[in-house]
Design a protein around this ligand. Structure first.
Ligand code: CP
Ligand code: NVA
Length: 315
């Protein structure tokens, strides 16, 4: 039995295969009931979620607000300009106060440490809405999208071509647990975090999946089902933009990149997207799953019902 009541969600590193599969199942089930069967499920009636955003957001904010409201809950959105945290109130005090005033917190922060500090002092679950290290709720949406498209996940090969960033880190903490092979190409100097590499290697051994790290985009794409990338300039890195665009030359995903992939290859991107990392031909092609992927942010964020112990009955 999977028990997620009261659990925080900072990184998928902390979640087992069974737990991640359960979260995908819950997302798919809620999507089916609400979107297709038009059921009204007020599972979060009387609950509120504090949403703290240190950075901009379209998808994370809107999917959380609409998802939480659809389940009968009340979301409230706070930017750094609205809340004392980080200016004149400590994370300890903020965490304790929010624990009394709301039921769960979703926070998008620059430093992952801010989330760890909140978890330390809060008595309610804290969800990572993107940090410098991880983007776990994005990766749930990505795998739900692939599960819907391919029917199942085990045995698929996903190739990341681009920056060794937060979104990649979350793929690395998840793929092996779902039986998915991972091929990663990052330019020299933009590799993923070394301790996350070690953990990904350990997980791939444990689960019998392949994990390849290279600086050659073509090698990464070879034989793959899914090509994935993200912006080359993450939020907070705007000053490095010029240098990064130079250093990532040759990493743009095009139909040429796909020519060495499997015939049924598809494309994912967490968005927002720039043309640098993927051209229009791929991005707007039928292979591109980016818009269902964005919609699935809403159905996957609803897994917070599990942290609040509301669904399915008996869990
Ligand atoms: N993919 C994603 O997290 O998008 P937003 O920055 O718009 O939330
Ligand atoms: N890597 C990007 C993801 C945005 C959703 C960033 O951190 O800005």
């Amino acid at each position: 039995p999977v028990n997620l009541k009261g659990r925080s969600f900072l990184t998928l590193k902390d979640f087992s295969s069974d737990e991640i599969k359960h979260l995908l199942w819950v997302s798919g089930d809620l999507k089916h009931r609400i979107k297709h069967e038009k059921q009204y499920l007020p599972l979060l009636q009387g609950k509120s979620i504090a949403m703290i955003f240190e950075k901009r957001s379209t998808r994370t904010r809107i999917s959380t607000e609409t998802g939480f409201s659809l389940l009968g809950g009340h979301p409230f959105f706070l930017t750094s300009q609205d809340i004392h945290l980080g200016v004149n109130e400590s994370s300890t005090d903020t965490a304790r106060v929010l624990s009394g005033l709301s039921d769960i917190v979703l926070a998008r922060v620059y430093s992952h440490t801010t989330l760890e500090e909140l978890v330390k002092d809060a008595s309610i679950p804290i969800i990572n809405g993107l940090s410098d290290l991880y983007h776990p709720i994005q990766i749930l949406a990505d795998f739900l999208t692939l599960q819907e498209h391919y029917g199942s996940l085990s045995g698929l090969t996903v190739s990341w071509i681009g920056d060794g960033n937060n979104v990649l880190h979350s793929f690395m903490m998840t793929a092996a647990k779902l039986g998915v092979h991972l091929r990663v190409a990052t330019p020299k100097g933009y590799d993923p975090d070394s301790s996350i590499i070690q953990e990904a290697q350990r997980l791939s051994k444990q689960h019998g999946t392949q994990f390849l790290l290279t600086s050659d985009p073509v090698e990464a794409a070879r034989g793959s089902n899914v090509l994935v990338t993200d912006t080359w300039v993450s939020m907070g890195q705007e000053e490095e933009k010029k240098q990064r665009i130079k250093d990532f030359l040759g990493y743009q995903i095009t139909m040429q990149t796909g020519s060495v992939a499997k015939p049924d290859w598809t494309f994912l991107h967490c968005l927002p997207r720039k043309q640098e990392e993927v051209d229009d031909q791929v991005f707007y092609s039928p292979r591109s799953l980016v818009f269902p992927e964005a919609e699935n942010r809403k159905w996957t964020i609803m897994v917070m019902v599990r942290a609040l112990g509301q669904y399915p009955k008996g869990c």
